[in-house]
Design a protein around this ligand. Structure first.
Ligand code: F6R
Length: 247
């Protein structure tokens, strides 16, 4: 894993936005895997700014988001689809038909997960997958467990993960759905390149275990150690527990 530590959340977001913007310029039909959450808010703001400054053409870009809450879909308050619309999609000239999203309201969840897997394959696979990490080491919504689903699946959320998401539901944890649809670990690891971003000391333990612990379903992000092209971008807070030999 390649490690980059930035002095602040802002400089990290600027650096990653520059990488993504350049990647789109070099490869206009790039396929991006995207996360939601607090961490990428600054990234998307910087990306919107760079899109204007550098007149970036998004007309051939395709995106696939990592996850969505069961029961929520297009436009619904608290949905990840809504988050992406508010923070990125409505600010950049991406074609709506190029936005890949899981539909949490699908009547047949298994078919919806299969559809998503097929859509990713039909797009040629994900070129660059951007990830955040939960304090419990989840990526996407692959929570610590005994057995990790390989492909896009329905998952039950840990209480801690629901608490972390209460922010998007007016601070009410009881309003956060108990289940989500998430790309599986195999789906994530099939991306050609992976960038994981983490900020703040709250993530420091998970980041340490991800990088120097063994590969275990108890810390799903540790599976990234098996991928040949992973860059870990941290601010000082998230890097604070890393062994000095890694810095
Ligand atoms: C969300 C996702 C999650 C988040 C993680 C960190 O699409 O994939 O794995 O990246 O929960 O969330 P924040 O950034 O809110 O700390």
């Amino acid at each position: 894993m390649k490690l980059e530590v930035y002095e602040s959340e802002r400089t990290l977001a600027q650096a990653l936005a520059a990488v993504v913007a350049s990647a789109i310029e070099v490869r206009p039909d790039i396929v991006l895997g995207l996360p939601t959450g607090r961490t990428p808010v600054a990234l998307y703001a910087e990306l919107v700014k760079l899109t204007t400054d550098r007149a970036i053409d998004w007309s051939h870009v395709r995106t696939f988001n990592l996850d969505e809450f069961v029961g929520l879909g297009d436009g619904a308050a608290g949905s990840y689809r809504r988050f992406m619309h508010d923070h990125l999609f409505r600010h950049v000239p991406i074609r709506p038909e190029h936005i890949g999203f899981l539909d949490g309201r699908a009547a047949d969840i298994a078919s919806e997960c299969d559809r998503y897997e097929r859509a990713i394959v039909a797009a040629g696979g994900i070129d660059v997958m951007i990830l955040g990490i939960g304090a419990n080491g989840h990526i996407g919504f692959n929570e610590p467990c005994e057995v990790l689903p390989a492909r896009t699946n329905r998952v039950v959320l840990e209480e801690g993960s629901r608490a972390e998401n209460a922010l998007w539901f007016g601070g009410r944890i009881e309003a956060v759905p108990r289940e989500a649809l998430s790309m599986g670990m195999g789906t994530i690891l099939s991306a050609r390149e992976i960038v994981l971003m983490a900020t703040g000391e709250r993530k420091a333990n998970a980041v340490r275990e991800m990088m120097v612990g063994g590969v275990t379903t108890r810390l799903p992000a540790s599976f990234l150690q098996l991928h040949p092209h992973v860059t870990v971008m941290l601010d000082e807070g998230a890097a604070v527990r890393l062994p000095a030999t890694l810095r």
